[in-house]
Design a protein around this ligand. Sequence first.
Ligand code: FAD
Length: 456
Amino acid sequence: MIPSELNESTALLLNAHPQASTDQQACQQASIDRSGYIPESFADGVIFAQSIDDVVLAMSLAHEHGVKIVPRGAGTGLAAGSCAQAGEVVLDLSRMNQILDIDPVEQLAAVQPGVLNAEVNRAAGEHELFYAPDPASTAICSIGGNIATNAGGMWCAKYGVTRESVLSLLVVLPDGQLLRTGRRTIKGVAGYDMNALLIGSEGTLGIVVEAVLRLRPKPRFTSTMVAYFADENTAAQAASAVIAARLQPSVLELMDGKSLRAIDAALGTEHQQRGGALLLAQTDGFGAQLEMQALTQTIAPLASHVELAENEEEAHALIEARRQAIPSMELLGTVSICDIGVPRNRLAEAFAGLQRIEAERGVEIFTIAHAADGNLHPIIVVPEGQSITTGAAKLALADMFYLAKELGGTLTGEHGIGLLKQDWLAEEIGETSLQLQRRLRAVFDPQGILNPGKAI
Ligand SMILES: Cc1cc2nc3c(=O)[nH]c(=O)nc-3n(C[C@H](O)[C@H](O)[C@H](O)COP(=O)(O)OP(=O)(O)OC[C@H]3O[C@@H](n4cnc5c(N)ncnc54)[C@H](O)[C@@H]3O)c2cc1C
């Protein structure tokens, strides 16, 4: 039974779900993500949805009684998009975690939203297929969260972000109605592209309860290389040269010297002894080796040392080191992960700008980048317990936005706006676009009950 001190509508909603909890620890855990943002209070309750019917019931009652709902996948978000506070109920989708169907002929997977990204890839792999959008958090993030943030990852360099790999969605709207978007065919242009609108909408327009994902044939051949450079600016020039040479690696990741130091400390590796920055590249397909040769020649004049992975284990270890970059920094303190995007020929200028910000604001910045997409993650690390949303950390975050803007870039490449980056959204998209987006949101959710205060 739900405690009597709760507001009547919230109690009614929670009592309608056998899988709801008001346990303090459960509410606290469900109110924070991995952004480092700590809300001043925590959600009133959590509903652990087990089925589409649970979600429909929750939204119908929330709509009828005006209860605010925060959708939540695995809580690995970096923009405080799934953070919740008092007066809100978290709708946790993590238990709806089944792969419903894999069609190896059409190369599609139908999945529930709570299934982990890596689990889709494991299941697809049984059919020699793969799901391309692979955030570094693949082992811990959910497909529903990936869709809501339009997540990117390493293979997005060649295969595009989540939007390019989602064909159809089943969504529960804020009033409890079910909406199907897109289709199971590769092509299709009937009506407005509602799929594209929902993808990246950060849980503000509807709740994803099923998705049809596009899978791709696993490449028969891959070639993996790591190159070391004197410093990050030179590594950035090399990454820009790869793009300018019209090469299309499936992975092109850059890590600066500080990130290498954090990874070495956490994993016991010795990257820092080989260079002051690193570029990790993978090519794939029938021409993998030829393309890698061309890539190596392109960066050779800038690199101090190049190593080709000799077998799959070596390649896997290199990719894994990159996946461990953020967890390695989290061992050093509280992290604030910025997510700017710049034109790919301006990467070196972005690194130079970040060095200026670090010196001026007196904060430590570790930078990793999905270099082929021009997407940098400058990560501010502050001592445990220190705020990332005020003081020097906040000022540095603002500086990074203005740096991206000056270079013709964006405030967020893949993590979203959530609560953390709202201060600068209007400056990027303009007042006309912001007002139009808010009107669009109100069409879906006239009462403003879904993920209030987030995104736009
Ligand atoms: C170590 C680490 C590495 C990371 N690397 C990357 C990376 O390489 N690329 C990248 O893009 N991100 C990365 N992230 C960020 C994060 O993993 C992604 O944003 C991911 O997509 C969030 O998924 P989630 O299931 O954890 O969602 P949550 O954090 O639970 O939610 C994120 C947003 O989605 C909404 N949401 C969740 N589920 C649903 C649903 N079913 N329907 C509607 N809305 C929903 C929430 O309301 C919230 O707005 C990383 C995070 C960590 C901790």
